[in-house]
Design a protein around this ligand. Structure first.
Ligand SMILES: NC(=O)C1=CN([C@@H]2O[C@H](COP(=O)(O)OP(=O)(O)OC[C@H]3O[C@@H](n4cnc5c(N)ncnc54)[C@H](OP(=O)(O)O)[C@@H]3O)[C@@H](O)[C@H]2O)C=CC1
Ligand SMILES: C=C(O[C@H]1[C@H](O)[C@@H](CO)O[C@H](OP(=O)(O)OP(=O)(O)OC[C@H]2O[C@@H](n3ccc(=O)[nH]c3=O)[C@H](O)[C@@H]2O)[C@@H]1NC(C)=O)C(=O)O
Length: 352
């Protein structure tokens, strides 16, 4: 039976806000943790830099880690009851958090089950590591997720972003996706109910999405999946700055123009270009590295400068692939993307 998450509240849920948080937080020690339904909510002390592959980000007001669907529903209900906006994150491999932190609740997803009731059909918790899944399926002789080897995110993040590499993408092998909606109900969406595009999915626009809980993948047997996985891993090791603090590709490829963002950035002479502690990788120009002490502003300035220089040289407006999690409430954020906390960077300019 489904349990409504929201009573007496007509605020939109996901990342919605009911209050304006000021720029500093102070909590007494007694306030720093709160237990509810077996969940531990940590207040004000969890640093987002420890939850993101970029290693950037200040404290979040509330933090909670969930290991199963029941806990996820409880965490979301807590946020609703206290009118706290929230983000659900996996490995933080596609997020830029702000040094100011986040004035809501960060729900860290560690729902990590994996079920295989039929050969080639994998039902996987959204907190399962995408890299681990790609390696497992490929080594078991199934094709479709070889590209996931080496990707630092989770299955939930991969579905949300429609992650892809080497000509494969998540959507190709999705069979169905289980989500929790803002009314607390669990819903299973078949692939035909979902629209996927290059680095986009229906989830990015779904106003009643609370979180992705599980993804079922349908893969086909293949004699060459293991070999393909190894090839992709090798290619990744050679062409990408593995082991550095990055968030993968920062810009989407302007596919309609048949050119890669990395190529444009390199041709604009920006490899190795730095702003404070942030730098365009010398190995792959579409990877920006926190090489030591980058602030969120350094990274934002680097993104903006690279965009500007590419635009000046080629007349092409790059569009960010990474998501910037805006620290404060929506009315302070002129570029706010509907209900989410993400800034659509320079939105008007991109669409012109
Ligand atoms: N191809 C490559 O080489 C690389 C690809 N990537 C891809 O980037 C993505 C990042 O994954 P990950 O690090 O786990 O994601 P993140 O933790 O970076 O989360 C990114 C956003 O995805 C949304 N999200 C994540 N998990 C869920 C969920 N369970 N339910 C609903 N929304 C969710 C959240 O949106 P909201 O804020 O709205 O809650 C969140 O802000 C993956 O697709 C990964 O494959 C990353 C690096 C390299
Ligand atoms: C890393 C990510 O995904 C990656 C994925 O791993 C790889 C491998 O398939 O293909 C995409 O990168 P990409 O388009 O830059 O792929 P690459 O094959 O490395 O490069 C494309 C082209 O750019 C050129 N290139 C690349 C790097 C560089 O510094 N300079 C350059 O000119 C290459 O020579 C090639 O002609 C994905 N990125 C996007 C935005 O689509 C991510 O999503 O975070």
């Amino acid at each position: 039976m489904s349990v409504p998450l929201f009573h007496n509240c007509h605020l939109p849920l996901r990342n919605s806000v009911s209050f304006v948080c000021k720029h500093s937080y102070s909590f007494s020690k007694q306030e720093q943790t709160q237990k509810r339904d077996g969940l531990k909510f940590i207040r004000g002390v969890k640093l987002l830099k420890d939850l993101s592959t970029w290693g950037i980000g200040g404290p979040c007001n509330h933090f909670v880690q969930v290991y199963n669907q029941t806990q996820l529903v409880s965490a979301v209900r807590y946020c609703h009851e206290h009118c706290i906006r929230f983000v659900v994150i996996g490995k933080g491999s596609n997020c830029l958090f702000d040094d100011m932190g986040f004035d809501g609740c960060v729900i860290l997803n560690r729902i990590e089950f994996l079920e295989t009731n039929e050969p080639g059909i994998y039902r996987v918790g959204s907190g399962f590591r995408f890299n681990k899944l790609g390696i497992k399926c490929s080594n078991e002789g199934f094709t479709g997720l070889e590209f996931a080897g080496g990707i630092p995110g989770t299955v939930g993040g991969a579905a949300y972003m429609n992650a892809g590499a080497n000509g494969q993408e998540t959507a190709d092998v999705v069979d169905s996706i289980d989500i929790i909606k803002t009314d607390g109900r669990l819903q299973t969406l078949s692939k035909i109910d979902l629209n996927f595009g290059y680095r986009s999915s229906s989830f990015q626009y779904m106003e009643d999405l609370a979180a992705i809980v599980a993804v079922t993948f349908r893969l086909h047997p293949s004699g060459s999946s293991q070999k393909r996985l190894q090839e992709y891993l090798k290619r990744r090791r050679v062409s990408q700055p593995m082991g550095e603090r990055s968030a993968g590709s920062v810009f989407q490829n302007p596919c309609h123009l048949g050119v890669a963002a990395a190529e444009l950035i390199e041709k604009a002479g920006l490899k190795g270009f730095r702003v404070g502690g942030a730098m365009v990788s010398n190995i792959h120009a579409n990877f920006f590295i926190n090489f030591g002490g980058s602030t969120s502003q350094d990274m934002l300035d680097l993104l903006a400068t690279v965009k500007e220089k590419v635009d000046q040289k080629f007349g092409i407006q790059l569009k960010e692939e990474v998501l910037y999690v805006y620290p404060y409430c929506d009315d302070l954020n002129p570029n706010r993307d509907k209900l989410t906390s993400h800034v659509i960077f320079d939105q008007g300019k991109q669409e012109s």
